[in-house]
Design a binder for this molecule. Structure first.
Ligand SMILES: Cc1cc2nc3c(=O)[nH]c(=O)nc-3n(C[C@H](O)[C@H](O)[C@H](O)COP(=O)(O)OP(=O)(O)OC[C@H]3O[C@@H](n4cnc5c(N)ncnc54)[C@H](O)[C@@H]3O)c2cc1C
Length: 424
């Protein structure tokens, strides 16, 4: 049956995008991409630009997964800071990795400009310190980042300056990154898909891949149809375990929820977030928020480690929103939705290669920027230019402990501990 987008503010404000056909028959290409989120779309687009014939198979709709439902926050860098990277990998590799990761924002802006993608792009990202100690850590981190790669986009905001970015009583300063920003996530995905179609990619929706057979060629099977290709790229993030059990053990789906308020009006919106930057706070289970183009507050907060969604998503998120913005008590919430964030054990992405199949997943809440870069690196690697791919693929990573039955309960325990630390 044809899939529909889950109801969200983004689905309600998506730009028109023609429904793509279901795969029928037996087709051939140089590359088959499985998954139509940012990772798959960026890979397909860049590979087609490099001259490969490309087929992209999406199980439901383009941007149906996290790419069409996320907070839209463009957060520069990796989840690990410069200090952690240097300690784990040494200065040389840390520097190379930071330069590569920091190039992601330029790639996204470049795509948006080149393909004229209307996705409400805005500039600036502010990380708000929930404790004075977090501000001290941000100062040390910026010093290290600047020393390693030079970072003119970053600036420390002392407690007295928080009001420049956010009207909340909770914060003790923060870190402003002019290289970050925010966008309408689904419209960015649909814009990438339009660009991919224009570059010659054949895109199929409602075409779940049920098996990937590997030999000298890869055969991707859907119900009754096949694509035979020299290479496959697996870009299914939280569902990667369905087609590759080993990679499935490296990424854990964690449910996360968002709401959109009714439009607040330009005056109230500007009073809440005067710089119109995206904001995320420094909690482990963080609150993150921004304004939409029509002046709604889009707010994400709280995580749930049990598979069932809360019966009332708006009611689940509201207390987090009202703690950050007491002045919005009782505000009308018009949309509430959730999605699965693919999280790796150490919060670093997993890129790799297994013969003629490449994969990339586990973005750990940093996927809006990194996936566009990663897609290009995957396509470059297929063309024999693997430097950037190899660098990201060399990041350390381990499977979640506990096997398929135990790993989720163990993870819940671990996360509950960190959530408790947030409250101390
Ligand atoms: C609520 C929420 C908020 C978030 N907020 C932010 C944020 O503010 N900033 C940020 O940087 N990141 C954020 N993220 C994370 C970010 O959205 C993801 O890292 C990113 O979208 C992952 O892109 P992807 O293409 O790898 O995966 P997805 O977008 O999940 O795409 C995978 C696609 O594969 C398809 N698929 C699955 N199985 C198959 C199959 N067998 N055959 C064919 N297709 C298949 C799915 O239908 C899906 O469309 C958030 C995520 C969520 C859920």
């Amino acid at each position: 049956m044809a899939a529909a987008y889950p109801p969200s503010y983004y689905a309600a404000s998506a730009k028109p995008f023609p429904r793509q056909p279901v795969l029928e028959g037996d087709l051939a290409a140089d590359l088959v991409v499985v998954g139509g989120g940012y990772t798959g779309l960026s890979t397909a687009l860049h590979a087609a630009e490099r001259g490969l014939s490309v087929i992209l198979l999406e199980a439901r709709r383009i941007g149906w997964g996290a790419s069409g439902r996320n907070g839209g926050q463009m957060i520069p860098g990796l989840r690990w800071g410069a200090k952690e990277l240097v300690a784990a990998l040494g200065e040389g590799r840390a520097r190379e990795l930071l330069l590569l990761a920091n190039s992601a924002a330029g790639k996204v802006r470049g795509r948006i400009a080149r393909h004229a993608i209307a996705c409400d792009l805005r500039h600036g990202h502010f990380t708000a310190a929930v404790k004075p100690a977090h501000l001290d850590a941000m100062k040390r981190e910026l010093e290290e980042l600047d020393r390693l790669v030079g970072y003119p986009d970053g600036r420390i905001v002392e407690p007295g300056g928080v009001g420049e970015f956010v009207a909340s009583p909770l914060y003790h300063g923060g870190f402003f990154d002019a290289g970050g920003g925010h966008l309408h996530p689904l419209n960015y995905a649909l814009g990438l898909a339009e660009a991919a179609l224009a570059a010659g990619v054949r895109v199929f929706e409602d075409s779940p891949v049920t098996a990937l057979e590997r030999g000298s060629k890869v055969v991707a099977r859907t119900a009754g149809s096949t694509v035979t290709a020299a290479y496959a790229v697996l870009a299914t993030d939280t569902e990667i375990g369905e087609l590759d059990a080993a990679q499935g053990r490296m990424t854990m789906p964690v449910a996360n929820y968002n709401v959109a308020t009714a439009p607040l009006g330009a005056e109230q919106a500007a009073a809440l977030l005067p710089a119109n930057a995206a904001v995320a706070d420094s909690k482990f289970v963080l609150n993150y928020y921004r304004l939409s183009a029509d002046n709604r507050l889009i707010f994400g907060g709280g995580e749930k480690y049990t598979p069932a969604p809360p019966p009332d998503v708006a009611g689940f998120v509201r207390p987090y929103l009202e703690r950050v913005f007491p002045q919005l008590a009782g505000v009308a919430i018009t949309h509430a939705w959730g999605g699965m964030v693919g999280v790796s054990l150490n919060r670093l992405p997993r890129l790799g290669r297994d013969g003629n199949m490449l994969y990339a997943h586990g973005w750990s809440g940093h996927g809006v920027l990194l996936t566009t870069l990663a897609g290009e690196l995957l396509a470059d690697a297929l063309a024999g230019e693997g430097r950037g791919f190899d660098l990201l693929a060399s990041l350390p990573g381990r499977p979640f402990p506990g096997g398929p039955l135990l790993r989720h309960p163990l993870y819940v325990l671990g996360m509950a501990w960190f959530a408790l630390k947030d409250r101390l």
